[in-house]
Design a protein around this ligand. Structure first.
Ligand code: NAD
Ligand code: WQD
Length: 340
């Protein structure tokens, strides 16, 4: 019998790519999303790519009554939990909104799962839980550190809640996936990242500058102790990241660890300037950019030790930087206004 996966936040950037991967791996997919940062149009696109239907429920993970209905009406084997707010800057302006959505939302989801005796959950964590002070590569054994922003705090808090919850009850089997920098888009050009307003993250800013929607890309900092003075990050193709979720699910089903923690990155860092230059080369275009002051809160270098995911999950990222930059441009140029 097919296994059924509840995907919270499944209409979002990473969630939509994960739905494609799950459908391609023959899972039944039930998406719960309040569409606060995504478009209903993504559902048709997923269907176009996979030729398969998923079940969509528009609603909020903080809605206890709705969650009870979802778990009563559907047979669910596991949950992949993407739903959350993710804008670092905004999290400093409206901390309680972030804590309510990301922390209280996760608790409400766990309570409903417990009530319905569903114990497998994959959680979207972030490299932000390592804080700012460790040299890369970052290994999962490093103690987590106090994040400097409220978004990061919400991720660390949920990680800690999951660890404490798992200790108390052998129902649970949790995968904490610490993503590095997801970029790229599905090769079809049908789904991709569609940020609201002015993008904070590098790649949406790069593609919007290339489109002429933004005048100039500001590169934050040219004096970091790196090969060319710009920040270094571990960029991972969102399709690889989606694949890692299927691997993690399979691991939970076969090994049933109480809690497993895995970095999901490539293990290789590229500088911002390298990304910009490769983007120009791969897509045969010129990008308008300027160097400006460092951005507050940025670290010089951040990349994963990706060995644990390889050993335990058999996960290795397959797409290289050029693939990521080609696919992200394909998505943006095919969809100049995203899903609008
Ligand atoms: P996204 O905003 O595109 O997707 C999140 C989805 O969750 C959206 O569709 C949104 O509508 C939905 N959502 C938000 N709050 C909800 C709620 N209360 N109830 C139901 N649905 C809700 O973001 P993404 O980039 O796909 O990120 C997915 C997850 O991965 C998030 O938890 C994010 O914090 C985490 N993460 C993202 C990155 C990144 O760089 N994109 C890095 C590390 C971790
Ligand atoms: C990457 C590099 C910038 C924009 C953030 C979150 C992290 C995680 C992923 C969710 C840095 C530089 C950027 C620009 C630039 N999210 N940059 N000009 O900061 O590594 O990580 O997203 O969990 O928690 O903090 O990603 O894409 O913002 O920046 O020069 O316009 O690009 O300084 O060196 P970051 P990013």
């Amino acid at each position: 019998m097919k296994q059924s996966i509840l995907v919270t936040g499944g209409a979002g950037f990473i969630g939509s790519h994960c739905c494609v991967e799950l459908l391609d791996h023959n899972f039944n997919v039930i998406v719960l999303d309040n569409l606060s940062n995504s478009s209903i149009k993504v559902l048709d696109r997923i269907k176009k790519i996979t030729g398969k239907e998923l079940h969509f429920i528009q609603g909020d993970i903080r809605d206890k009554v709705l969650l009870d209905q979802v778990f009563t009406q559907h047979h669910i084997d596991a949950v992949i939990h993407f739903a959350g707010l993710k804008a670092v800057g905004e999290s400093m302006q409206v901390p309680l909104t972030y804590f309510d959505n990301n922390i209280s939302g996760s608790i409400t989801l766990l309570q409903a799962m417990q009530q319905h005796r569903i114990g497998h959950l994959v959680f979207s964590s972030s490299a932000t839980v390592y804080g700012e002070n460790y040299p890369s590569p970052l290994h999962e054994d490093l103690p987590t550190a106090q994040p400097t922003n409220n978004y990061g705090y919400s991720k660390l808090a949920v990680e800690q809640i999951l660890q404490a919850t798992a200790k108390a009850n052998d129902l649970w089997s949790f995968a904490l996936l610490r993503y590095f920098n997801p970029i790229g888009a599905h090769q079809s050009g049908l789904i991709g990242e569609d940020p609201n307003g002015i993008p904070n993250n590098l790649l949406p800013y790069v593609t919007q500058t290339a489109m002429g929607k933004r005048e100039v890309l500001s590169i934050y900092g040219h004096d970091y102790p790196t090969q060319d003075g710009t920040g270094v990050r571990d960029f991972i193709h969102v399709v690889d990241l989606a694949h890692a979720h299927v691997k993690a699910l399979q691991y939970l089903f076969t090994h049933k660890p109480s809690v497993g923690i895995w970095n999901i990155g490539t293990g290789t860092g590229y500088s911002v300037l390298e990304v910009v230059k490769r983007f120009e080369q791969v897509n045969q275009l010129k990008l308008n950019y300027q160097f400006v002051e460092r951005r507050a809160g940025d670290v010089a270098v951040c990349f994963a030790d990706a060995n644990k995911a390889k050993q335990d999950l058999g996960f290795v990222a397959e797409h290289n930087l050029d693939d990521m930059l080609r696919d992200v441009w394909h998505w943006q140029s095919q969809n100049p206004d995203g899903y609008a």
